[in-house]
Design a binder for this molecule. Structure first.
Ligand SMILES: Nc1ncnc2c1ncn2[C@@H]1O[C@H](COP(=O)(O)OP(=O)(O)OP(=O)(O)O)[C@@H](O)[C@H]1O
Ligand SMILES: [Mg+2]
Length: 298
């Protein structure tokens, strides 16, 4: 038995003349959280749609729980749950009704559906609104219900397309806890996000997708050490970052930076030296070195 929950080789997809995925290779081990990070239009939803058999690839292959996404669609569908980028719940029904309906559609008995619904309503903190129509819900309540719906029947592999986009900090953290609990139960999670912090907090492995290609792949720590060294931050008197410069951290280099900068920042500016964050990695991957140096030294 393969230890990989998801195995993708050379996956390609075009829409008309537009090449949206240009040869994706990825592997996600069983029971791990994988985060696909990328800006708008990078191809994240397209990849999730292909992996969940909603869309056919043009070339390449992918195996989900050992099943071929093209030739074993039914087995793939039985192994996964998908929480799409846009809510798929019925707005005219209540949370309770949505959960009951999905339970019945998935083959649970009336009794099983009911006890599962009660359990999920409790777990996702939806008790107060469980009997209100979803149409009246806030974005955070909807997102929690989306996730609850995808958990009515527990599947070994979950796809979450931007699970926390648009949520406030508190709701986002609540969802992170739920996702981490699922990992503890052995569920494999493939999520997409535009938030570097989210990938950093949750994922065992991260891949950055840009224009349909994987431009970096590794653990959050590997990604951060990739750009190495330290970041010099120059902050204004009211603590706003005016400049950020990546350096090896040597005294010589920092002295050079300070000499260059001292004439062009306010006198009461202050400096701070810190380890690089995933944001720095992301910028480093999507900006050429020349641009960065031009920005600092000109
Ligand atoms: N059905 C479609 N027909 C034509 N073009 C499409 C279709 N679906 C997606 N695209 C295009 O493919 C590219 C990738 O879209 P995709 O939705 O996969 O990006 P994404 O990374 O999920 O972006 P976002 O962060 O905005 O959700 C975009 O340029 C988009 O316009
Ligand atoms: Mg998307």
């Amino acid at each position: 038995m393969s230890q990989l929950a998801i195995e993708i080789t050379g996956l390609q997809k075009k829409f008309g003349q537009q090449r949206v995925l240009e040869g994706i290779d990825l592997a996600v081990p069983k029971g791990k959280i994988f985060a696909l990070l990328g800006p708008n239009g990078a191809g994240k939803t397209t990849l999730i749609n292909i992996l969940s058999t909603l869309l056919a690839p043009d070339a390449g292959s992918a195996y989900i729980a050992g099943f071929d996404i093209v030739n074993n669609k039914e087995e793939v569908k039985r192994s996964i749950s998908l929480t799409g980028q846009f809510a798929a719940v019925d707005e005219m029904l209540t949370a309770e009704e949505n959960l009951l309906m999905i339970g019945r559609l998935s083959g649970l008995t009336r009794l099983e559906s009911r006890s599962r619904a009660i359990e999920l309503i409790e777990h996702f903190d939806l008790k107060d609104v469980a009997r209100k129509r979803v149409r009246m819900y806030s974005g955070g309540m909807r997102r929690r219900l989306d996730l609850a719906v995808s958990l009515v029947v527990r599947k070994p592999i979950m796809f979450l397309d931007e699970p926390t986009t648009g949520l406030d900090t508190r709701s986002r953290r609540a969802l992170w806890d739920i996702i981490l609990d699922l990992e503890k139960e052995g569920v494999t999670i493939f999520l997409t996000t535009q938030y570097l912090e989210e990938a950093d907090q949750l994922a065992d492995t991260i891949a950055v997708i840009s224009n349909g290609r994987i431009v970096a792949h590794g653990t959050p720590e590997e990604m951060k050490s990739r750009i190495g060294g330290e970041m010099v931050e120059i902050r204004s008197n009211d603590d706003e970052v005016i400049h950020e410069i990546s350096t090896s951290g040597s005294i010589h280099e920092i002295k050079q930076i300070l000499e260059k900068m001292s004439s062009r920042v306010p006198e009461d500016s202050r400096i701070n030296i810190r380890r690089p964050s995933l944001d720095d990695v992301f910028l480093a991957l999507t900006t050429s070195n020349k641009e960065k140096n031009d920005d600092v030294f000109n």
